[in-house]
Design a protein around this ligand. Sequence first.
Ligand code: GDD
Ligand code: MG
Length: 360
Amino acid sequence: MQAVILVGGEGTRLRPLTFGTPKPMVPIVGVPFLARTLERLYEAGIRDVILPAGYMPQAITEYFGDGSRLDMKITYVIEDEPLGTAGAIKNVEKHITGPFFMMNGDVLTSLDLRAMIAYHQEKGGLGVLHLIKVEDPSSFGCVVHDESGRISQFIEKPPKGTEPTNEINAGTYLLDPKVLDFIPPGRNVSIERETFPRILADGQRLYAYTTEDYWIDVGRPEHYLTVHRDVLSGVMPLEVEPGISGAGAANADCANLIAPVHIGEGTMIAREARVGPNVVLGKNCRIAAGAAIEDSVLWDDVVVEEGATIEETIIASRSTIGANAKIGKGSVIGHDARVEPGTVAPEGSRIGPSAPIGAR
Ligand code: GDD
Ligand code: MG
């Protein structure tokens, strides 16, 4: 079986992080997000992966290459212009040889892919869509189905209060290649708004596969922090040890670390700094005396100077937070930023580059 993972989105809601790193390469506890998805496919026996990319594709191709390092085969198809979620799979049609998984490239889930294959074999039809129940369905695609699982309606991002169901499209589909016949070539097409409704209007069957798995779309800063909290606490199982973990933990003096904390290789934390709980530090970071960091994720080579305080914030690689700066909750700091000493950044600040770094 093959999998097509959509990795061409611009990651606008994660800016300015995505001005320097495309969304699939955003790290989840130090490992690019896409590698986490590929691991899951590998575990399900899927080795043949097609990546429709477009935004900063070099970062993806350089890291994963032809996939042989992971014992997989990866084929890249680069879009000159974004083709949308269905246009992107139409554009890779010539590589598709049979039923295939199609996945949004920004979803982290514990979904059992093999069980989904079995469900598809049992139900037939043109495809199965993984659904999840959420409290606020308005920012997702609502999917209505009957008791047999047969889908009758898609409503993408309905206004709050008008949602017909709390079951939403969780961004993993198992599709028959016949679905490709419903997508016009050569233009931007949305699978959620155009193709799925068209398949239903044609009288074809699509089935819902609703599960209670761990599931999150990491495409928003608050969700990105939630994922890290969930991985550190073990709610989302990834190979992260409980407590104080990571290759850099051995050098750390635990007195001022409040678990859970994950410390990347080469990172140094001054004894008088307070770090945790729910903090992930990348590789080669420097945390000076008197600094305090909680509920935050710092990427690689970040410097936090004396007395700086950071709460519920994401900081991309090579940035420096000057002495005694205070970074308010919900802030996002992009690559190579320099926050001057003494700065008070209000809650929800966005600091860093204002356009993509390097060519698209
Ligand atoms: N190749 C390619 N080309 N990929 C794209 C394009 C494109 O033009 N546009 C978006 N993508 C990729 C994104 O990178 C992401 O991995 C995925 O397609 C979905 O796009 P998002 O922009 O993240 O969509 P969303 O989160 O607002 O909504 C989608 O996901 C929800 C679940 O997280 C929809 O599928 C909803 O129905 C669904 O509920
Ligand atoms: Mg998304």
